[in-house]
Design a protein around this ligand. Structure first.
Ligand code: KIV
Length: 279
């Protein structure tokens, strides 16, 4: 049965960790659901992992996010799916934020949406919550504003920077977010924030003390090769397996060893002879 935010709160209270993965397509979403993943993020990391944009997540559009969220929803009908709001879909006005977030729910049937930023986007967060949407905050390393951070850099490494993150986390909870994602912060900060907040606090590179973990599926399956963040653990190397399978295919095609008899269709008895007469 699909879990809800009530289950996630109970899991936090019971100290039960949640497993969260990104997914961008139908088959991967099916595999995630089959594997018992608690939550799926249709992340704007699709910009890098699926589309190969070198500009990070910034070029990703609403339409791309909707199409991928629809595919994931179809693949994982019984898993809690979070749609990731792309750059400039929520930063301009609260009305834009509500309209765009509404598309995720109405067109793709997601269960929640996620936006990046703390106090500076809090009016957008409030507007989304007031519109009745389940909303997830995201602070720490925020890829959409990574230029301002000087790149994909860990955050909260100093007391001052950790303090700012804690203030952001508190205001996100205050605004009514259902849960929070902390990205690339030291474990001490992850521990403090998850103990400080009543809402579940999940981490991607935030250490083991948070209420659950997120990984980018392309990283953990070894499909994304451009760079590997420190917090990634690879559970498979599908790039290697894929290239090997493709090389094997190229070789047998060149050697005329594929297709084999079992891969071919048979004409009905006597039809070949009839055809020869016809032509
Ligand atoms: O888009 C995404 O996958 C994300 C993660 C990096 C947290 O937002």
């Amino acid at each position: 049965m699909k879990k809800s935010i009530l289950d996630f709160r109970k899991m936090k209270e019971a100290g039960e960790k949640l497993a969260w993965l990104t997914s961008y397509d139908f088959p991967t979403a099916q595999f995630a659901e089959r594997a018992g993943v608690d939550m799926i993020l249709v992340g704007d990391s699709m910009g890098m992992c699926v589309y190969g944009y070198t500009g990070g997540t910034m070029p990703v559009t609403m339409d791309q996010c909707i199409v991928h969220s629809e595919a994931v929803r179809r693949g994982a009908p019984n898993t809690f799916v979070v749609g990731d709001m792309p750059f400039l879909s929520y930063q301009i006005t609260p009305a834009d934020a509500v309209r765009n977030a509404g598309r995720f729910f109405k067109e793709a049937g997601v269960d929640a949406i996620k936006i990046e930023g703390g106090r500076r986007i809090i009016n957008m967060m409030q507007a989304l919550v007031n519109a009745g949407m389940v909303t997830c905050g995201h602070i720490g390393l925020t890829p959409q504003s990574s230029g301002q951070l000087g790149g994909f850099k860990a955050q909260g490494l100093t007391a001052d920077s950790a303090y700012e993150l804690i203030m952001d986390a508190r205001s996100i909870q205050e605004a009514g977010a259902a849960f929070l994602l902390l990205e690339a912060v030291p474990p001490e900060v992850g521990k403090f924030v998850s103990e400080d907040l009543k809402i579940p606090v999940y981490g991607i590179g935030a250490g083991p003390h948070v209420d659950g973990q997120l990984l980018i599926v392309s990283d953990m399956l070894g499909l994304f090769e451009a760079f590997t963040p420190k917090f990634v653990k690879k559970y498979a190397n599908l790039a290697e397996h894929t290239v090997k399978a493709m090389k094997d295919y190229v070789k047998v095609v060149q050697e005329v060893k594929f297709p084999e008899d079992k891969h071919t269709y048979k004409m009905l008895a006597g039809e070949k002879e009839k055809l020869e007469k016809l032509v």
